[in-house]
Design a protein around this ligand. Structure first.
Ligand code: SAH
Length: 356
């Protein structure tokens, strides 16, 4: 027999469908969502406005599973990294990044990642599995119910490639933005992707979230090496897909993430190439100082090189920011999230064999 349904896996539409199947009216499904997410009540017996018969059926046929918080680790700058344990002993990380007027939660979408970007430590851990919608939204549940109003924004920028876990991610986004649940405006939820082109087109029809794209190189030859999914979906496919994503709203822009790797992608010529590449897309560029991790062959560009690169892009008219490195003393910064992936040893073994 399969495991009973986890109520946290349901978005509004799925909750309505479930309660109808159990003989109740759709609005009880909406109330169920409110109890779980707005009020944070996970015990069905306490959901006093659901009919008794529905409560009994839910109790018998479903469960609510929240990951266990293994620990929370505060960094010196106020950032907190959380290590969460899933029922099959997999572990994922999430990070809360407080700023003066907002607090951003960076959530994971997969245990590990399959994409193997050469500068990312999550990639080194290999891929284990997708998170369920309930495991995705549980991260927001935990943060909201512990941090309250300090949580104003969510970025899908933790471990994993969100567009490779499409259905679960869309369900979780539905809950993040639902008035019955977390009420985050669509501009307050940002999905970061390495550029899975068909899924980008699908996402546009499913949701209106902010889009960040891990670009990291201005040409295919270099991007093939840094972000290997580029071999499947090269820039001539990626750029039009991103342009289409923001096309029907003049206020929307694609945020391009560009990790600054010393002498690899940070030259004046590469800045010029980037300007040409992005000239037809409403863009913001976010330069990310590379966060090192054990065993990496890359170094971060010097502050002078990053500033010079930024100036070139700004002079060409692009809004260009430099991402502040947060939480790096507890390895909570971009590309440093590793959780604990069961098959870590497998990829490390393959690497060792490949270089032997
Ligand atoms: N797979 C998605 C979501 C991960 S987002 C994506 O690729 O966008 C994590 C962001 O941090 C991405 O832009 C990623 O490229 C960047 N990143 C990864 N490793 C990094 C590192 N070591 N230093 C700085 N940024 C890194």
């Amino acid at each position: 027999m399969s495991d009973p349904l986890n109520l946290l896996d349901l978005d509004r539409a799925a909750a309505e469908a479930l309660v109808v199947r159990l003989g109740a009216r759709p609005f009880h499904g909406r109330n169920l969502i409110k109890w779980l997410h707005k009020h944070g009540v996970l015990d069905v017996t306490q959901m006093t406005d659901l009919p008794q018969g529905l409560r009994t059926a839910l109790q018998q046929q479903t469960r609510v599973h929240l990951p266990e918080v293994v620990f929370t680790q505060p960094a010196l700058d106020g950032t907190t990294k959380w290590l969460l344990q899933l029922p099959d002993d997999q572990r994922i990380e999430m990070v809360h990044i407080p700023e003066t007027k907002r607090g951003t939660l960076c959530v994971s979408s997969q245990v590990g990642c399959a994409l193997d970007c050469s500068f990312c430590s999550t990639a080194q851990q290999g891929f284990n599995r997708n998170l369920s919608p309930g495991e995705l939204i549980a991260q927001v549940w935990l943060a909201r119910h512990q941090l309250g109003k300090q949580l104003t924004n969510v970025v899908l920028m933790g471990m994993g490639e969100p567009l490779a876990n499409f259905t679960a991610v869309v369900r979780a986004i539905n809950l993040m933005t639902d008035d019955l649940a977390y009420m985050l405006g669509q501009t307050r939820v940002t999905l970061s992707t390495s550029g899975i082109v068909p899924a980008l087109y699908r996402l546009r029809t499913a949701s209106n979230v902010g889009l960040a794209v891990s670009l990291h190189a201005p040409d295919n030859a270099l991007r093939d090496q840094l972000v290997p999914i580029n071999r499947k979906y090269p820039l001539e496919q990626l750029i039009p897909a991103c342009r289409a994503f923001v096309a029907d709203d003049k206020r929307r822009k694609v945020t391009w993430e560009y990790v600054m790797l010393d002498q690899v992608n940070d030259t004046p010529e590469q800045a010029r190439q980037l300007v040409r590449l992005l000239s037809q897309v409403p863009s913001k560029i976010n330069l990310i100082p590379f966060n090192p991790f054990p065993g990496t062959r890359y170094r971060t560009s010097s502050p002078e090189r990053i500033l010079a690169f930024q100036r070139r892009l700004q002079q060409a008219g692009f809004i260009t920011t430099i991402r502040k490195t947060r939480g790096d003393d507890v390895a909570a910064a971009c590309g440093q999230l590793v959780g604990k992936v069961q098959d870590r040893s497998r990829r490390q073994q393959q690497r060792a064999q490949a270089t032997a």
